[in-house]
Ligand binder design. Sequence first.
Ligand code: ADP
Ligand code: MG
Length: 249
Amino acid sequence: MEGKDVIIDVRNAKKIYRMGQERIHAVDGISFTVNRGEFCCLLGTSGSGKSTLLNLMAGIEKLTSGDVFIKGQSIKQMSENKLSKFRQENLGFVFQSYNLLGSMTALENVELPLVFKKMPSSKRRRMARGILKKVGLGDRMMHKPKEMSGGQQQRVGIARAFVARPDVVFADEPTGNLDSRTTIEVMELIKEMASKHNQTIVMVTHDNSLAAYADKIIRIKDGHIESIEENANVKQAAGEAAETTDQTV
Ligand code: ADP
Ligand code: MG
């Protein structure tokens, strides 16, 4: 079947935090796979372990036990150097609080992942400009984060996450600080960016309505998987929308 290759494989992942005498089983034995090009949503209430799981998958937090494979490579086996190189080459991140560098312009922020890739400046400027135009910020490139709205800052965040064409983009509550209208715009943008180059998205949210954007919904409760749901309706609806568009052209 086309597009069914597994890109992320989470195997019995566990994370235990020790707080004095207490042991918190934040992620308590979670296994699932994500296929290439899939939009996967980790859905659950606050404190259920979503962010911890995302951070384990991205190699930001160390597993207590279990393993995570991305593109067949064990995150656990990698040295810090290897891991940071792997992240630069394969992963992108979108954060709830945008995490842009305040002293840099939108353009410089978006160029940053390409600087780490040691790309020549003319080429990286061209790529950063191109993607900023795509996210609708062609007229805000020289603005600094504090000179932009929340929605604009998150557009910069999305441009930065996608500019180097990573295979996987991780997003932790990317619309958590945005109003409902901007939330829809940002979600559509993430979906559009990812589908263009068959990139894989893993997004954390507590908002049930956002799960509608996902192909696969993984419900998390108390560090466990409650259910895994393939969202056929979304694909079907998207397909129908595309057909409708085709007919009008
Ligand atoms: P969510 O993202 O679903 O809101 P988290 O993954 O942030 O949940 O947290 C899961 C559980 O782990 C919570 O009980 C939280 O208090 C605990 N936790 C998260 N990070 C830490 C940490 N660094 N140290 C101790 N406990 C933590
Ligand atoms: Mg969280």
